[in-house]
Design a protein around this ligand. Structure first.
Ligand SMILES: *Cc1c(COP(=O)(O)O)cnc(C)c1O
Ligand SMILES: [Zn+2]
Length: 410
């Protein structure tokens, strides 16, 4: 709750600002801001018992850790408290001792981005805004459009024209004003920033708006609670702009600092081989450099990561592991998750799992590890790639002879 919020601190110059709902980057130097909490005061109000007694089953379950008014309005869509599965069959296939799958594809607009968008809508309301806007590889867009529609906001959405039809169709159904930009995500982002400055819309661009990471971190709070507050050795997820991994790390640190968990997991940062600027910076221990956006996992095809600093920090601080996966490995992971868990993820959604598989194969993590793999987006958003992964069904006429002829191929 706001009473636990100390302010918004600049990650570059260190200045602390009041955490006003419309604050974005540091007014003094333009650096990214980070919301700071009074951990001692949170610690006095939370415990495992307090959480166990809590009825709320959404991301708003963790009010003490969130920068919103205690009794403020909550969005209508139910975001968060997504399923958490023990994936024994998949663990056996991958050759790892313990594996859990956190399926964030079941959120209202079918991706983890709903956690940030729900927060954006709350903060937009506090800021007195009426129009919200963002640029996105697809999911931030569809989730902002959905959460905005539920709250009665207008939304302006910028997407690169390569965004999959499933996501674009969500935007159209939610009634967003959609601008499809015939260029890279990088160019799309730049145009959206210009337009937002010009029209004064509420800015949901995740790296720029410090509150959004606070929404995303709730996935980590849930994972910890769903594990009975006993952390695994590793948490794996896919990385694009880097807001999610930074948020996940912040969530675990918040819990650690307030005595809710007694150890921190190591993060496994998974990027696509064709677009891995952050992982490359870690692997080569050098500043990150822009890369081309060569992967079918559109949600992590981010050549110029907007939250590089916080993401690199998160990976380094957690003594994290970086692993890059090929498009084929991503498609294979989609099939594997579907077949062993009944979980259907979009390419970027399953990339984390592909990364777990590869980390084991490369010996980056030992086989007696415990791992959580976060599935960040639903497979129905991108059915062409699902079909590419799993193939077309066998087609026949309505005839028993024809069925018998193909039975051995099914
Ligand atoms: C946005 C997104 C990611 C990556 O999150 P970043 O904050 O951009 O690093 C991963 N998977 C899916 C499905 C996404 O939509
Ligand atoms: Zn600053």
């Amino acid at each position: 709750m706001m009473k636990h919020v100390l302010g918004a601190q600049c990650t570059r110059c260190g200045k602390m600002w009041e955490a006003r709902p419309d604050i974005t980057v540091c007014p003094s130097c333009g650096g990214l801001l980070d919301i700071k909490y009074d951990y001692d005061s949170i610690r006095k109000e939370v415990s495992h018992e307090v959480m166990a007694d809590r009825a709320e089953q959404s991301m708003w379950r963790y009010m003490e850790y969130l920068p919103v008014q205690g009794k403020g309005k909550r969005p209508k869509l139910r975001v968060g408290w997504s399923p958490f599965y023990r994936a024994d069959h998949l663990a056996e296939v991958l050759g790892v001792k313990t594996l859990y799958v956190k399926d964030d594809g079941v959120n209202p607009t079918a991706s983890l981005k709903d956690r940030a968008s729900a927060m954006a809508v709350v903060k937009a309301e506090e800021a007195g805004a009426e129009i919200v806007a963002c640029s996105s590889t697809g999911n931030a867009a569809s989730s902002l459009a959905g959460n905005a529609a539920a709250a009665g906001f207008e939304s302006y959405i910028f997407v690169p024209s390569r965004a999959p039809k499933g996501k674009v169709s969500q935007l159209m159904i939610f009634g967003a004003h959609v601008i499809s930009v015939k260029s890279s995500y990088e160019d799309t982002f730049r145009l959206s920033e210009e337009a937002i400055a010009r029209y004064g819309w509420y800015n949901r661009n995740a790296a720029i708006n410090p509150f959004l990471m606070e929404g995303k971190k709730t996935v980590a709070l849930e994972i910890a609670e769903q594990l009975g507050w006993k952390m695994t050795d590793y948490v794996a997820l896919s990385v694009g702009d880097g807001c999610t991994i930074a948020g996940v790390w912040k969530g675990f640190k918040d819990l650690y600092e307030t005595g809710m968990i007694d150890r921190l997991p190591r993060l496994i940062s998974v990027q696509a081989e064709g677009c891995c600027p952050l992982n490359r910076a870690i692997a080569e221990n050098c500043p990150w450099e822009p890369m081309e956006e060569n992967t079918l996992a559109d949600s992590i095809a981010v050549g110029v990561p907007r939250n590089a600093e916080k993401a690199l920090n998160a990976i380094r601080e957690s003594n994290g592991i970086v692993v890059n996966v090929s498009d084929q490995e991503i498609l294979d992971a989609a099939k594997l998750l579907g077949r062993t868990c009944g979980v259907f993820g979009e390419p970027a959604g399953v990339a984390g799992t592909a990364g777990v598989k590869k980390s084991l194969e490369l010996g980056l993590i030992p086989s007696d590890s415990s791992v959580v793999s976060i599935v960040t987006g639903n497979g129905l958003k991108d059915t062409p790639n699902a079909i590419r992964a799993a193939g077309e069904p066998t087609e026949i006429g309505p005839d028993m002879e024809e069925l018998l002829a193909v039975m051995d191929r099914l």
